[in-house]
Unconditional design. Structure first.
Length: 317
């Protein structure tokens, strides 16, 4: 066990698998001890059928939390052993149902003493243990159902990657990356339009000199994201959030969220009350990001972009 003490909790899967293997090996020997000819992996299916009710493979899989193919394979093995039988569902002849055979019912009676002794042995271990494994497993299952391990690791990765992101003000040296990142995503999904060229070819004159701002996201010093606030001559909106682009190299590094959050904060610091944006619903990650920031869908404003099919606003608090 020195390996696990050295590696720590990151090897939880391997350690749980080792524990499972130990318990499963003992379970096979326990069945032999009681002269029960059964494989440990059959037990959940067998127990689900002990109640006497016929069930489909789908119902069994749902009951015991296994996959349909896994249960189907177990049923095939139990059919060969003669422990279960298949028949047509009386209510729906298109479906097959599974139930214990006469032999299976006999086994269910013979296994009762084994179950009593196994339960007593587990209770003994629990009484000797400082931590209650059974309750802990239930807690872990519940917590992982709410948010699985993969999702949690992704979030931790984003948190760590976020520390490597720096949001800086636009400088002339970033003009080429501002243009190229936007041309890249626009050309991938749509066609460059006149308004795009105006902003991208002359960000100084079209955006900055008109009272707007551009922020650049650096990841470990490399510019991988850009976003602009374009000053609007509008009675309702102060700025338009526009020309937001993030390099594919930055995917999964939380760059987009940090950049968009910074541009909203920039607008807030300038006393803005409402921000406007235009996008397209084909850009699902971007739309999800805007919703996460608090943008709401609006309609009816004239747009210079043919690709725009959704308009949104954010009330800056």
């Amino acid at each position: 066990m020195n390996f696990f003490e050295e590696v720590g909790k990151v090897a939880i899967g391997s350690r749980l698998r080792m524990l499972t293997d130990k318990v499963t090996e003992d379970a096979a020997q326990i069945y032999k001890l009681y002269h029960i000819d059964m494989q440990p992996k059959w037990f959940p299916v067998f127990y689900a059928l002990v109640q006497g009710k016929e069930k489909t493979i789908t119902e069994l899989a749902k009951d015991i939390g296994h996959s349909h193919p896994s249960v189907s394979k177990i049923i095939s093995e139990m059919l060969k052993k003669g422990y279960v039988k298949e028949s047509k569902d009386k209510a729906d002849g298109r479906r097959n149902v599974v139930s214990l055979s006469k032999k299976g019912v006999e086994i269910s009676k013979e296994i009762k003493d084994q179950l009593i002794d196994v339960n007593a042995a587990i209770e003994e271990i629990s009484a000797q243990a400082q931590h209650k494994l059974w309750e802990a497993i239930g807690e872990w299952e519940f917590l992982l159902e709410q948010k699985n391990l993969l999702r949690r690791v992704i979030e931790k990765k984003k948190e760590r990657d976020s520390l490597k992101v720096e949001i800086v003000d636009y400088l002339p040296k970033y003009q080429e990356i501002f243009r190229s990142l936007n041309v890249e995503w626009i050309s991938k999904y749509f066609t460059m339009e006149e308004s795009d060229y105006k902003a991208l070819d002359d960000p100084q004159g079209y955006i900055l000199d008109q009272g707007g701002f551009i922020l650049v996201a650096l990841y470990e010093g490399e510019p991988l994201g850009v976003c602009a606030l374009i000053k609007m001559d509008d009675d309702e909106y102060d700025f338009e959030l526009a020309k937001m682009a993030v390099s594919p190299k930055a995917q999964g590094k939380n760059v987009g969220f940090l950049l968009a959050s910074a541009i909203v904060e920039k607008a807030r610091s300038l006393g803005a009350s409402k921000i406007y944006l235009e996008s397209n619903t084909i850009l699902k990650p971007a739309i999800n990001l805007y919703h996460k920031l608090g943008f709401k869908k609006v309609a009816g404003k004239p747009t210079p972009y043919a690709r725009c099919n959704i308009q949104m606003e954010l009330v800056v608090k």
